[in-house]
Design a binder for this molecule. Structure first.
Ligand SMILES: CC(C)(COP(=O)(O)OP(=O)(O)OC[C@H]1O[C@@H](n2cnc3c(N)ncnc32)[C@H](O)[C@@H]1OP(=O)(O)O)[C@@H](O)C(=O)NCCC(=O)NCCS
Length: 217
């Protein structure tokens, strides 16, 4: 084996071990993650660096926020239903026909064409066993090492209490720790000021849909 090949081989093993380690930690920490991970596991290539960052995102989100962060699956959807029920207008506006056709869970579980399911991070933020908010993040989207924040929804009863800002800061912190370089998102004009207050800068506009980013470097 050439010395350079030896280095590649070692590097591959290090990646593999790190991936296994992070997977183990995430699995131990999040009992509810089983089916999401099993689903992702079935389609993921064995050594996909993106997986490592998403696993790390799980652990870092838990660390960054003083709440339980639980992956949303079909099995626990009932516990977060209320958060979405109090935000139906936003979801219908954002997901339109998809909500009609597939219901809210079907719509939010939808992946962009060709997207690796292992890079999807759909989580409920819970306090004392009750969901208070939900967040959907897509790792390595639109490009590798960047994160797309698909949505953040806060339970209607808790809006304007600083929770949205606190969760956003948690996402920023966790994304940084997980090695992402930038967070991107789309927003309606009605919430543009919220994102600006969270340190995001507008990058584009299309009718009333605006795009924002925050660099993590
Ligand atoms: C947008 C949303 C996440 C904000 O969460 P929140 O918990 O109500 O917001 P916070 O209380 O943390 O507000 C933080 C700051 O942003 C401001 N803010 C909140 N929502 C705002 C809005 N729609 N427009 C302008 N400013 C807003 C607050 O006044 C506060 O300002 P301050 O720091 O000067 O006091 C929440 O209203 C929500 O779930 N909306 C429906 C879903 C949605 O539109 N999500 C965003 C797009 S994906």
């Amino acid at each position: 084996m050439e010395p350079s090949q030896h280095g590649d081989y070692l590097h591959t093993w290090m990646n593999y071990l790190q991936y296994k380690f992070n997977y183990y930690i995430a699995w131990k920490t999040y009992a509810g993650a089983d089916s999401l991970f099993a689903q992702a596991q079935a389609v993921r290539p064995l050594l996909y660096v993106g997986d490592i960052s998403i696993m790390k995102l799980y652990t870092e989100m838990q660390r960054a926020l003083p709440y339980d962060v639980v992956p949303i699956t079909e099995d626990n959807y009932d516990t977060v239903r209320e958060v979405f029920d109090t935000n139906l207008e936003f979801l219908v506006e954002g997901y339109g026909k998809l909500v009609e056709e597939k219901g809210v869970l079907g719509a939010i579980a939808q992946l962009p064409d060709g997207f690796n399911p292992a890079d999807k991070y759909l989580a409920a933020i819970c306090q004392k066993g009750k969901a208070i908010a939900a967040v959907d993040l897509l790792g390595n989207s639109p490009t590798k090492n960047e994160l797309w924040l698909s949505f953040l929804v806060v339970h209607e009863d808790l809006k304007s209490s600083g929770l949205g800002a606190q969760i956003t800061e948690g996402v920023v912190c966790a994304a940084q720790m997980a090695g992402f370089t930038k967070i991107n998102l789309g927003s309606f004009e009605t919430t543009a000021a919220f994102w600006e207050k969270q340190g995001f800068t507008q990058s584009g506009a299309n009718d009333n849909f605006l795009t924002f980013y925050r660099s993590l470097q």
